[in-house]
Each structure stands twice: as structure tokens, then as C-alpha cells.
Design a protein around this ligand. Structure first.
Ligand code: FAD
Ligand code: PYC
Length: 415
């Protein structure tokens, strides 16, 4: 059901009586052509593209909790495509282009705000490395600009430009097409689009094992019983290692907590995203006015979705060093998500070492920006059994061939 502005007003005045759910609550079938485990943005996008691009009719997304309740609903919503290697730039920029058309494609306002993402250089050495990165990005067709200290000051006058600053600002670079998008809306938009095309979205369905026929995976064991499938995929972010172990193989992945925080709301004060890799701090202002800021990884493996106090303290300290004007702000809340980080900080998209199963994992600290492309590439793999040109470099095989795509710096936050 779609509402006009007038109908929305009427609904509001009537206390939302008769409001239609955005996606169906389907009857679980015992067999599907394709099953995607994990109802985050990537899993939902994969299901949507399986139905929309590849015409599959019997597709299910199985989610152990509620859709978008994993890292999709926990991230700090930054989107950008300013990665170093050509393979990454091509993939993340495809994602950004899909984002640019997503509100229209799904008729759902994902609140994409291309307010720019500005990365700071705090030393001359940072500046030299940034110059090299910017040159590589320009060669890869990414819209980035190197800025000197004065240009950074013109962009964000609130930053600390004092000569005695602990983290002096030597310059930076900006991607103007980067910005933020509303994370829940992305999940809900894909969910509604997929559901409208017949995809069954099953929440509160914990996948506890894989069904096999010989060496092939042919379905899943779940808290709601067994379900068979022509093809299966896992898109479970921080739980990829656990799901892989259930299938009898290991992934080159370590799981860490990544935390973030928001302040009380302010009037508009910061109109771009600011990232400072050297301090581990990044910040943007949400449409509600809260400052959304975050940190690097907690740096020891963990499944505790809370984040540790020393990392939180260090990040608040870094933020106040960089933005002294924020020192009297109150903090509203803090949280963490479990992210699965590959050895080269790039994702794994491709067939699993077990037949019948495909992988979308290892997005680590940076997979929100990749939601549309992660879904697109996983759908392509599941429907055709073949890599899309964009996913081929991210096959698991790179860990045996040595063709790693080392994006430690591209990840943008401290690792
Ligand atoms: P998720 O949204 O986590 O979805 C996976 C789903 O699988 C979950 O809903 C989970 O419940 C489900 N699941 C797990 N196990 C099972 C099972 N056995 N059975 C059924 N379901 C299961 N990225 C950016 O690009 N920009 C950012 O600004 C950014 N900020 C971040 C800030 C924080 C604090 C965090 C934690 C992450 C951030 N990220 C960011 C990373 C980004 O959030 C993730 O890479 C991305 O959301 C992963 O999406 P997903 O769909 O793969 O995973
Ligand atoms: O990938 O841009 C990113 C990001 C910012 C904060 C966490 N991840």
C-alpha cells in the first residue's frame, strides 16, 4: 500500500488505524528455490535482486531476530567509495550509484544525504600518503579532492586549528558524493520491495545448521524446522565464522566489537562527515541533530555487543581535541555491533568451499555503504552460479592465491 501526503495526514489524525504493514508476514514454506540466511541490508538486498533482476519466484530470507536488528541498524550510516585499489573502487562506487537511485527504485525515502566525507591529515606524513591515495582514487574515477589546511578550515571552521593542537590539521581530502543514508530505511525499503515481489521474509527464525545431501548443502535446520533450498547463502555479518563452522570450514575472519555513540541533539552545526583515521574518531550530525560519532575496533576478538570503556573514552577525548566546542555536550547513548574482519579488510563474496552455499561476509567496519552491491553480487552468484566481474577479486580463493586486496587504510577508521 502506498499513501499520498493527504492520506498520511488522515492516518496520523486517526491514530494510525488501518495502517498496512510494509511487508507481508508469510506462511513459512518447507522448500524454496533460494534461501538467504540473515535479514540485514545485504541479505534483504540479495533477495530483492534475486526476484527483481533474476526473476526467482520462491525466495526466503531467514532472520533469527528482526530484520535490520544486526549491524544494519547499528552502524553510523556513512556511504562513500573512496577506496585505494581499483577492484574496491569499482565495487563501492557501483554501490554508491545504486544508492543514488534507490529511493526512486524502491519508492522509499532512504534519506541519502550526499553532504561529503572529509578525511583529515594530522601530519606531513599523513598528507603524503593522502596525496598518493587521492591520485590512485582519481585514476579509478572516484570524485575526490585533496585539500590544504585552509581549505579544510573553510569546510569545517569548528575544527581545532590552534597551533598548539594535539592533532594539528595539515589538510585532508573530500569525496563530495559521499555522505550518509538512513540505515533502517535501507533495510525496510529492500524488505518491502522484496516482499512485494513475493519474497518470504521470516523473522525469529534461527538457523542452527545446514542440511546436506552427500557433500552438497541442500537447506537449513532452523528453530522453525527444516527447510530445503535449491541454493543457500549466508549473509550474517559478525556471525559468519559461526555459520561457516556449522558447514565444516573456517573463514579468514576475526570478529570484533565496533562501538559508536550519539550526543544530545543540536541545531545544525556540522554539514559534512569528518573522519580522522589517526585518532580513530569520526563524526557526522544526524537529521535529528544528534552528533553520531565512533571509534575504531575494540582490538580483541569478542561477541559482546557493547564495546569497552577505554575505547569509548579515547574516542570522546579525540573528539574533544578536534572539536573543543563540543565539550559541554551530553552523551545520549552508546552501543556496539560485532563485525567480521578479513585479514585484508576486504569482504568475501563468492562460493563457499562447500557446494550449494554462497558467502557474503567480511565487510568488517564498512559494509553499510556496500549494502546494494553486496546484495546485487550475491544474487548474481546464487542465480547464475558464476561470479559477477565485480565480485571475482573478492573470492575466498584470494587467501590461497595471495591476491589480497589490502584496504586497511581504505577502511577509514582505526584497526
Ligand atoms: P547485519 O545487518 O548484521 O545482518 C546480519 C543478520 O544475520 C543479523 O540481522 C543477524 O541477526 C542475522 N543472523 C546471524 N546469525 C543468524 C542465524 N544463525 N540465523 C538467522 N539469522 C542470523 N559501515 C559503513 O559502510 N559505514 C558506516 O558508517 C559504518 N558504521 C558502523 C558502525 C558500527 C558501530 C558498526 C557495528 C558497524 C558499522 N559499519 C559501517 C559496518 C556495517 O554496519 C556492516 O558492515 C553492515 O551493516 C553489514 O550488513 P549485513 O547485512 O551483512 O549484516
Ligand atoms: O566505512 O566509512 C566507513 C565507516 C565509518 C565508520 C565506520 N565505518
Amino acid at each position: 500500500m502506498r499513501y499520498s501526503g493527504w492520506q498520511l495526514l488522515k492516518q496520523g489524525l486517526r491514530g494510525n488505524a488501518g495502517w498496512q504493514p510494509a511487508w507481508r508476514t508469510p506462511v513459512l514454506q518447507r522448500s524454496y528455490d533460494a534461501i538467504v540466511v540473515g535479514g540485514g541490508g545485504h541479505g534483504l538486498a540479495a533477495a530483492y535482486y534475486l526476484a527483481r533482476v533474476h526473476g526467482l519466484k520462491r525466495v526466503a530470507v531467514l532472520e533469527r531476530g528482526w530484520i535490520g536488528g544486526g549491524n544494519t541498524g547499528r552502524n553510523t550510516t556513512i556511504v562513500r567509495s573512496n577506496y585505494f585499489f581499483a577492484e574496491s573502487a569499482a565495487m563501492y562506487d557501483f554501490a554508491l550509484r545504486l544508492y543514488e537511485g534507490l529511493s526512486r527504485e524502491l519508492n522509499y525515502n532512504i534519506m541519502l544525504s550526499q553532504r561529503g566525507v572529509l578525511n583529515l591529515a594530522h601530519t606531513e606524513h599523513d598528507m603524503e600518503l593522502m596525496t598518493r591515495s587521492v591520485n590512485a582514487m582519481l585514476l579509478n574515477g572516484i570524485d575526490v579532492e585533496l585539500l590544504d589546511a585552509k581549505q579544510v578550515r573553510d569546510e569545517v571552521p569548528l575544527l581545532n586549528f590552534s597551533p598548539s593542537a594535539r592533532f594539528p590539521i595539515h589538510g585532508g581530502f573530500v569525496q563530495r558524493r559521499g555522505g550518509v543514508a538512513r540505515h533502517d530505511a535501507v533495510a525496510w525499503a529492500y524488505a518491502r520491495g522484496a516482499s512485494d515481489l513475493g519474497v518470504d521474509i521470516i523473522q525469529n527464525c534461527d538457523v542452527t545448521g545446514w542440511l546436506r545431501e552427500g557433500s552438497r548443502i541442500v537447506g537449513v535446520e532452523t528453530s522453525l524446522g527444516r527447510i530445503s533450498a535449491g541454493v543457500c547463502a549466508m549473509s550474517v555479518a559478525g556471525h559468519s565464522g559461526v555459520m561457516a563452522e556449522m558447514a565444516g570450514f573456517r573463514l579468514p575472519i576475526t570478529s570484533y566489537a565496533l562501538q559508536a555513540m550519539v550526543s544530545e541533539p543540536l541545531k545544525p552545526i556540522l554539514d559534512t562527515v569528518v573522519m580522522s583515521t589517526a585518532t580513530g574518531m569520526y563524526v557526522s550530525q544526524s537529521d535529528k541533530g544528534e552528533l553520531v560519532f565512533g571509534a575504531g575496533l575494540d582490538l580483541y576478538p569478542s561477541y559482546a555487543q557493547r564495546g569497552n570503556l577505554p575505547t569509548g573514552q579515547a574516542i570522546v577525548a579525540a573528539m574533544l581535541e578536534l572539536f573543543p566546542a563540543f565539550r559541554r555536550l551530553k552523551m545520549l547513548r552508546q552501543w556496539a555491533g560485532i563485525v567480521d574482519v578479513c585479514w585484508d579488510y576486504s569482504p568475501v563474496i563468492g562460493p563457499a568451499p562447500v557446494e550449494g552455499l554462497y558467502l557474503n561476509c567480511g565487510w568488517g567496519t564498512g559494509g553499510f555503504k556496500a549494502t546494494p552491491v553486496g546484495g546485487w553480487l550475491l544474487a548474481h552468484l546464487m542465480a547464475t552460479g558464476q561470479h559477477h566481474a565485480l565480485s571475482a577479486p573478492f573470492d575466498l580463493g584470494r587467501f590461497t592465491s595471495g591476491m589480497l586486496v589490502d584496504e586497511a587504510a581504505g577502511a577509514g577508521i582505526a584497526h
